[in-house]
Each structure stands twice: as C-alpha cells, then as structure tokens.
Design a protein around this ligand. Structure first.
Ligand SMILES: Cc1cc2nc3c(=O)[nH]c(=O)nc-3n(C[C@H](O)[C@H](O)[C@H](O)COP(=O)(O)OP(=O)(O)OC[C@H]3O[C@@H](n4cnc5c(N)ncnc54)[C@H](O)[C@@H]3O)c2cc1C
Length: 294
C-alpha cells in the first residue's frame, strides 16, 4: 500500500524544525530514519497531515562521550552508536543491545532516539535507557525539558513526547566502577523483534561479590519492566551466585501478553531463564573489567 497524502517539510535547522512543529501541532509527525514510521504510513495505521523530516539537522548528528555517560543526538543511527568505541567503553550495554536490533540495513538508517520515541515494548533501547536510569531531552518552540526514562515510556507505542516537541537527544549514564552488563534475547529469527529480551547490570565490590544487580525486560509488559535482582544475588561471589533465584524474581515481576508467536506462560518462562543468563553474563563481564583494570 501507499501512504495517505501528507505535506512534507524539510527544515535545515533545529529552530526551523521547532517552528514547523509548533505550527502543525497534533497534525505533525517527525520523520527520522523512517524504519518504524514509514511502514505505519504504508499500512495506513498512521495518517499525519504533515511530516517533518529532521534528516538535515546536522547539529543533532552527534554521539558524545561526556563525564557522566554518553549523549546520543536525534540523528545518530543505530550503526554509528554500535561502532563508537568511546560510547562502548563508557556504556557497553548500548553496543550489546544494538547488535540485536533488526539487520544491518535497518541499523544503518534507524535512529536511537527514534526507537526511544517510538516506545515499542519489544524494542531493545527503551529497556537500556530504563535500566541505566537515562534521560530524554525534548525541545519545542516554547522551551526545552528533560524527562527521566522512568517517566518517558507511557505504554505500547506511547512516549512522553508531546505534539510540537522534538526529542533532541538521549543521555545514557555510565554505570559505576565495578559494573558489567549483558543483553540476552530470544527471537524467532536473527533480526526479528524479541519474543523476550533482558538487559542486566551487575556491580561487584572489590572482593568480586555482587553489590547490586538489576535487569530490564522487553516483550514482557506494555513498557520495559525493571527488576531489582539484589535480593537474590547481593553479597554472593560473581561466579557462583543464585542465578536461578534472580530468574524467579524476574518471572514474578513480568506481565506478558500472548500473541501468535508465544503464549504468556512461555514468555514468563523465558523471562526467568534469560534473566538468569543475563545476570550471570553481566557478573562475568564486571569481573573481567575489574581484573583488566587491576
Ligand atoms: C524489519 C524491521 C525489523 C526491526 N527490528 C527491530 C528490532 O529488533 N528492535 C528494535 O528496537 N527495532 C526494530 N526495528 C525498528 C527500528 O529500530 C527503527 O529504526 C526504530 O524503531 C525507529 O527509528 P527511526 O529513526 O527509523 O524512526 P522513525 O521511523 O522515523 O520514527 C518512529 C517514530 O518516532 C517519532 N520520532 C522519531 N524521531 C523523533 C524525534 N527526534 N523527535 C520526536 N519524534 C521522533 C516519529 O514521529 C515516529 O512516530 C525494526 C524495523 C524494521 C523495518
């Protein structure tokens, strides 16, 4: 199918984009990489009267290593962030998760910020932002604001971006020293959206025991599901902790739905198994980073 008729705007600066977005309000949609929006238009599941193409806003094409983490501008594609060595050093979970997003062609075009705004409950990056306690930066003709990840994902395909607003960047905080991370998911074919996926972050103390551990799960509820695993793993050795106990905490926390790919019970089972694997891998990652730094 072809998309419904729309007016096309291609601003050259952020200021110009914000003026157009203010003018078109509820009738406008931002077009970034188009990897989610264009299929929605073609299937006529979305019919905005105005498309505001932000691909010429070079000032948003940034991936910056900052003192506290990594700032990803709205034009940074998945592939660029995945390949950025400074970003990978500060926030390894970014590259670990992006590797499981779709295929190379889609990662070359789709943007990190577009994925966050799109807020698909099966997408990897909303869980990464939630797990790290990151922030979205939003701008409009009336000013700018920051929204914490915990307040940004409101429901399936629903984020806190308001009509007239442009998401300009996402900030992914660097985890504390002694941390390691892992991303684990099950998809029917490589590149498909995950049937269930888990990001885990484990912080070890100097004795290589678990100080804190948490996870965020996708395809397990309407928004990423955060789970604190410290009750199951805290104080235990990095290579012999109660991983199954961590999995049980996750399985109890999720509220998955059934669809044509999996029953709710199978998704809950996956949540437990994958959380146990992700936590163990994150602890091993933390230990190897600490040993590498010694
Ligand atoms: C075959 C296929 C498989 C895929 N598999 C996966 C997968 O496994 N995991 C995954 O996470 N994703 C997957 N995707 C989606 C892909 O990651 C998209 O790139 C991403 O979801 C959206 O990024 P985009 O830049 O293409 O956004 P667009 O499609 O341009 O926009 C998506 C939505 O976000 C809004 N938007 C975008 N940028 C901004 C902004 N700066 N400010 C305000 N609003 C904005 C748009 O208005 C639109 O509503 C897949 C896509 C395809 C086609």
């Amino acid at each position: 199918m072809k998309p419904p008729v729309f007016a096309y705007h291609r601003p050259e600066t952020v200021a110009e984009a914000l003026d157009v977005l203010a003018e078109v309000g509820h009738d406008g949609k931002v077009l970034a990489g188009g990897q989610s929006l264009v299929p929605l238009l073609n299937m006529r599941l979305a019919a905005p009267a105005h498309l505001v193409d932000v691909n010429r806003l070079a000032e948003l094409d940034v991936v910056a290593r900052e003192p506290d983490g990594v700032r990803v501008g709205a034009l940074a594609r998945h592939a660029r962030v995945e390949d950025d060595q400074a970003a990978a050093g500060a926030v390894p979970l970014l590259g670990q998760a992006i590797a499981d997003i779709a295929h190379t062609a889609i990662r070359n075009r789709g943007t990190v910020v577009g994925s966050l705004v799109h807020a698909d409950p099966a997408a990897e990056l909303p869980a990464v932002l939630a797990l790290l306690g990151g922030t979205m930066e939003l701008a409009s003709a009336g000013g700018s604001r920051r929204v914490a990840a915990a307040d940004f994902f409101l429901g399936p395909l629903e984020s806190a971006v308001r009509p007239g607003e442009l998401a300009t960047a996402a900030v992914f905080p660097a985890p504390p020293a002694g941390s390691g991370s892992a991303w684990v998911e099950v998809a029917r074919r490589h590149g498909d959206y995950a049937v269930c996926g888990v990001g885990a972050l484990v912080t070890l103390d100097q004795g290589l025991r678990v100080g804190s551990a948490r996870a965020a799960l996708i395809s397990a509820g309407p928004v990423p599901v955060p789970v604190d695993l410290t009750d199951a793993l805290g104080g235990q050795p990095h290579d012999a902790a109660d991983w199954a106990g961590a999995g049980r905490l996750a399985a109890a926390a999720v509220d998955p739905e059934a669809d044509i790919h999996a029953s709710a019970a199978y998704r809950r089972h996956l949540a437990g198994v994958l959380t146990a694997r992700a936590a163990r891998a994150a602890a091993a990652h933390a230990a190897s980073r600490l040993e590498g730094a010694a």
